[in-house]
Design a protein around this ligand. Structure first.
Ligand SMILES: [Zn+2]
Length: 97
């Protein structure tokens, strides 16, 4: 017997959602997921995703990429560069030349 019945779940932040599996991930939280600290929190959502999609989640990783290459990331705009540069400099790092 197969059932495709979905169960109503409530995440710890109070969002109600239906899941057919027992996957604990709340779609609302997932969508709102934002880093609260760190350089990623300085960026707009598309720019942040651009970095994350390219595996860059730390300043250390960011310093291995050149400004030119960063701008090639889909979603990354020139407006984000000064923020990234400042965040790197605060840690004594810089973009790759
Ligand atoms: Zn939630």
């Amino acid at each position: 017997m197969t059932t495709t019945q979905k169960t109503l779940k409530t995440c710890k932040r109070g969002h109600e959602y239906y899941k057919s599996s027992d996957c604990p991930t709340c779609p609302t939280c997932e969508q709102e997921r934002k880093p609260e600290t760190g350089f990623l929190s300085l960026l707009s959502a598309p720019a942040r995703r651009a970095l994350e999609n390219n595996g860059i989640t730390s300043l250390q990783q960011l310093s291995n990429v050149s400004e030119k290459d960063i701008l090639k990331f889909h979603g990354m705009g020139p407006a984000s560069l000064p923020k990234l540069r400042a965040a790197l400099e605060a840690e004594g790092l810089s973009f790759k030349n």
